[in-house]
Ligand binder design. Structure first.
Ligand code: C5J
Length: 221
């Protein structure tokens, strides 16, 4: 049993029954010149999470933990894109439209794919999700249950949107989630802070919060 110093209290996990979930580290959110930046966001805030996430990814792979990557996006015919999501924001170039890195958040497009630094290895499941939460309209729950996974270590973007949605969904399904604060990121520093506080508040109402250094130390010990 490994033990990570965390808030609100120590997180105990068995690597064999724990998966690393890397959420939406896609070019369109994280890379300069993508959709996120075109919307006026400072992607350097998200890019800070890349190096610590890579260290966690490498360690999880060495520990033979299950690694699952997610990507937010839609079918090329947009049949899984709710009209409300398409309309939201009244954007000049929104989901499905031509963007700086191909059609925005459309599967198969360059911008939709995971950044080179965190490329999935062959055999690592990549979960395409049409929503913010990783469990909505995906087979993630079945995949975790089939492999006996009970706990999740969570990295990715953005902290208050897809990370928070996925952690809440996981919590309701009975998974313990450990969120690594330097491996998740937001375009908005105040949301980063509050989204993490919401997870660990009230005795860990949605889960635990720690950081990559403490997680790596626990995995080594
Ligand atoms: C957003 C995400 N922010 N992956 N997606 O739209 O958090």
């Amino acid at each position: 049993m490994a033990r990570v110093q965390a808030e609100p209290y120590e997180f105990e996990f068995e690597p064999a029954t724990t998966a690393l979930l890397v959420i939406d580290m896609q070019r369109d959110f994280v890379d300069p010149g993508g959709f996120g930046e075109a919307l006026g966001n400072d992607v350097s805030l998200l890019r800070k999470a890349i190096a610590p996430t890579k260290r966690v990814l490498d360690a999880a792979r060495s520990a033979k933990m299950l690694v699952i990557h997610t990507r937010e996006g839609h079918r090329p015919d947009l049949s899984d894109l709710p009209p409300s999501k398409k309309a939201r924001g009244k954007l000049k170039a929104g989901i499905g439209d031509p963007g700086p890195m191909g059609r925005i958040l459309v599967r198969g497009e360059y911008g939709h794919d995971i950044i080179d630094e965190l490329k999935p290895l062959p055999g690592e499941p990549v979960m395409d999700k049409p929503g913010k939460g990783a469990f909505y309209a995906t087979d993630l729950d079945a995949m975790l249950k089939n492999r006996g996974v009970q706990q999740l270590v969570v990295c990715g973007v953005t902290t208050e949107v897809c990370v928070n949605s996925s952690v809440r969904e996981a919590n309701d399904r009975g998974y313990d989630c450990l969120v690594l604060e330097d491996c998740v990121a937001s375009y908005f520093p105040e949301f980063q802070l509050m989204a993490l506080r919401m997870i660990k508040a009230q005795g860990g109402i949605f889960g635990w919060v720690s950081d990559s250094r403490k997680f790596l130390a626990a995995l080594r010990s």
